[in-house]
Write a protein that binds this ligand. Structure first.
Ligand SMILES: Nc1ncnc2c1ncn2[C@@H]1O[C@H](COP(=O)(O)OP(=O)(O)OP(=O)(O)O)[C@@H](O)[C@H]1O
Ligand code: NI
Length: 276
């Protein structure tokens, strides 16, 4: 009998290799990650270590002509690696959603926010236009954008922080069990960063959504992650509970990451990590 795991997303032995004219270059080396229900798993590591390649492989968004994905990616028990692209299109946005770094790129500049949200909803459901409109408006309300006239606006009329919240609203409106957020706050100013993190945290607690949060920022990790996986040169070098990681970093690279921060302390009473 095989061991049963309650993971929503289980990545085992994931390898990503770039196929170039010069030959094959390994980018991600047989990593294992497990995302449990309602948890936030932070994936942290330096630029170029393979975080985005990992998230793109999970979503099966890499071009199979130029990249090879090996290993297993199970979403609610179903294998995603090698799945037909049609089946994956039905899963993406419904069972697993992506929130990207640059909100501007996520929207079509010539369509209103409303038509894009409604289109996303109707691709995955049999809701009428009116029902989809109502769901979109209530999702925007959820991310503190209560004014429905936003539906009539075009992406360029809105700030980066607002677009990021709209992207979150769109990503969560169909209640996916997993959200992958790849540097969701990097392009935002400090106020909006905090706002977006709070919203992700609220979505997690309200809907039990599991979040794989990709970042190079320990502050983001301290804010909302339950567990952390540290990635270095295409490998996971350490995975631990967030408090344990801050308290007792095991790997040399994790220690370097922590030392690069000015200082931090753990408030025993509120159980929060405070960064200076
Ligand atoms: N399409 C591609 N083909 C080949 N190599 C690629 C491709 N995209 C990225 N790479 C390489 O893969 C490695 C991992 O890149 P990746 O984008 O996953 O890093 P990252 O950890 O997300 O970095 P960042 O924090 O800068 O976003 C890098 O060396 C990058 O140059
Ligand atoms: Ni990246």
């Amino acid at each position: 009998m095989t061991a049963q795991s309650n993971a929503v997303l289980q990545i085992s032995g994931l390898r990503v290799t770039a196929k170039t004219a010069q030959g094959e270059t390994p980018l991600v080396h047989a990593i294992d990650l497990e995302l449990r229900p309602g948890r936030v798993l932070g994936l942290i590591g330096e630029s170029g270590c393979g975080k985005t390649m990992t998230s793109m492989s999970v979503l099966q968004l890499l071009d199979r002509k130029t990249t090879k994905i090996e290993g297993s990616i199970r979403l609610n028990g179903r294998e995603l690696n090698g799945i037909r692209s049609e089946s994956m299109r039905a899963i993406r946005g419904k069972e697993i959603s992506l929130i990207m770094q640059n909100p501007m790129n996520a929207f079509n500049p010539v369509l209103t926010i409303g038509s894009q949200c409604i289109e996303t909803i109707r691709t995955h459901t049999s809701l009428s236009k009116k029902q989809a409109y109502e769901l979109a408006v209530s999702s925007l309300h959820d991310v503190n954008l209560p004014d429905p006239t936003i539906m009539k606006q075009y992406p360029f009329q809105l700030s980066g922080g607002m677009l990021q919240r709209i992207m979150i609203a769109t990503a969560v409106c169909l209640r996916p069990s997993v959200i992958i957020a790849d540097e969701p706050t990097t392009a935002l100013d400090a106020d909006n960063q905090l706002r977006v993190l709070r919203q992700l945290d609220r979505i997690r607690s309200e809907y039990g959504t599991s979040i794989l949060l990709i970042t190079h920022d320990l502050g983001v990790i301290a804010e909302i992650a339950d567990e952390v996986a540290v990635m270095h040169q295409g490998r996971i070098v350490e995975q631990a509970d967030v408090f344990r990681l801050f308290d007792h970093p095991q790997h040399e690279y994790t220690q370097k990451l922590l030392n690069a921060r000015p200082s931090f302390s753990i408030d025993q009473q509120s159980n929060e990590i405070i960064l200076a």
